[in-house]
Design a protein around this ligand. Structure first.
Ligand SMILES: Cc1ncc(COP(=O)(O)O)c(C=O)c1O
Length: 391
């Protein structure tokens, strides 16, 4: 058989890291001890009380539904815990029809695009940014207008810069603060501008808040739903992945516009069968214990952030310490003339350290590289020592 793949698969961008992966394998073959500090997947375990709740729920002989489809027998405690969390954390009151649980944000981003976009429609996505917004647009038959994030604008989207032509069939505007990969944070005034922009152009503003709880030095990231009336045009994608070291669990939720929530739910009902009930119980536990659990998790990242930024600054960089995310976003040394791919390849070759070239997040990420703080301190220290030795 000669498999003919769908058009939509052929439209996916080439995997930009494939080349680096190959170089990494080659370096290993030559005996270089490769140290990876490129992937954002928490190394620390999920906190004990969450794991204990999962174990309790999966082994609860009084719950005859514990092994069954999560969609048909949803755990009411999970959306309730999410609503309580939004109320405590942001002062945002959500009605029951303003929340839907998800199997993590990546999945929900694509499903949401399927729910609200038709062929020919356009979505606006930040660049550099998380690639899945574009994937969602492409899978829905649409395309992407990339709004550049520039250092001189504090990596905030400049709405005035978006040309009218880009707004003709535009259905959605994606935001992500604290931002992967730029680590930028957004003040509430920025979200006010975004909501105004969405109203003016009759589009949905979707805030991907994947790192809203990974913040440092006392900084608290705002929710777009804190903007009065935002829930008429906005939704927020909350994920437990990075906040609670739960990437593998696939747990999150979307809150805000009831119409959007309903549309996403309609896709989910037709495509997946929900999350295991025990995971829903455990997710509720995590949210109910957020104030207790998050400071410990964030203390680890803050310590690593300081370790990495201080080391890079001693080696000649001039970085500020980011207030959020689990990354460091740094310019490549001047001699690479903004070629992040060449820098990453050279660094791998000379030191065995694998970072992510900014180019991987789109052309507007060129000139930068990203380090992830999801590696043990000793690994980061060793990597920083090696980087300092060659720059
Ligand atoms: C900006 C952003 N959004 C969403 C996700 C995916 O999160 P989840 O694990 O909830 O699918 C990530 C993961 O790296 C991310 O960086």
């Amino acid at each position: 058989m000669h498999l003919k793949q769908s058009e939509r698969l052929s439209k996916l961008p080439r995997y930009l890291f494939a080349d680096l992966r190959r170089k990494m394998a080659e370096a290993r073959q030559r005996g270089i001890k490769v140290i990876r500090i490129d992937i954002g997947d928490p190394d620390e375990p999920t906190p004990d009380p969450i794991v204990a709740e999962l174990c309790r729920a999966i082994d609860d002989r009084n719950d005859p539904d514990r092994h069954r489809y999560g969609c048909d027998r949803p755990v009411a405690e999970f959306p309730q815990a999410a609503r309580d969390f939004y109320s405590r954390r942001y002062g945002v009151k959500l009605n029951e029809d303003q929340i839907v649980s998800t199997m993590g944000s990546k999945d929900a981003i694509v499903k949401f695009c399927l729910a609200i976009m038709d062929p020919g429609d356009v979505g606006i996505a930040p660049q550099p940014g998380y690639p899945t917004y574009n994937i969602g647009h492409v899978f829905a038959g649409g395309s992407t207008y990339y709004a550049p994030l520039r250092k001189e604008n504090d990596f905030l989207i400049d709405f005035d810069e978006i040309p009218d032509e880009a707004l003709r069939n535009t259905r959605i505007l994606w935001l992500n603060y604290p931002s992967n990969p730029t680590t930028a944070t957004a003040p509430i005034e920025f979200f006010q501008r975004a909501v105004k922009f969405a109203r003016k152009h009759n589009l949905v503003v979707a805030h991907d808040a994947a790192y809203s709880e990974n913040t440092y030095d006392g900084y608290k990231a705002p929710s777009i739903l804190q903007v009065p009336g935002a829930d008429e045009v906005a939704v927020e994608f909350f994920s437990l992945s990075k906040a609670f070291n739960m990437t593998g669990w696939r747990a999150g939720f979307v809150v805000g516009s009831a119409e959007c929530v309903k549309a996403l739910n309609a896709v989910q009902e037709n495509v997946d069968n929900g999350t295991l009930r025990a995971i829903q119980f455990a997710a509720a536990k995590a949210l109910n214990m957020a104030e207790k659990l998050l400071p410990k998790i964030n203390a680890v990242y803050q310590r690593r952030r300081d370790l990495v930024v201080d080391a890079l600054n001693s080696a000649g960089w001039r970085l500020e310490k980011p207030k959020g995310t689990i990354y460091i976003w740094a310019p490549v040394p001047a001699k690479y003339a903004g070629d992040s791919g060449a820098f990453a390849a050279d660094l791998l070759e000379k030191t065995g350290v694998m970072v992510t070239p900014g180019r991987g997040y789109g052309q507007a990420g060129e000139g930068y590289f990203r380090i992830s703080l999801t590696y043990p301190d000793r690994v980061l220290k060793e990597a920083m020592g090696r980087i300092a030795g060659v720059t």
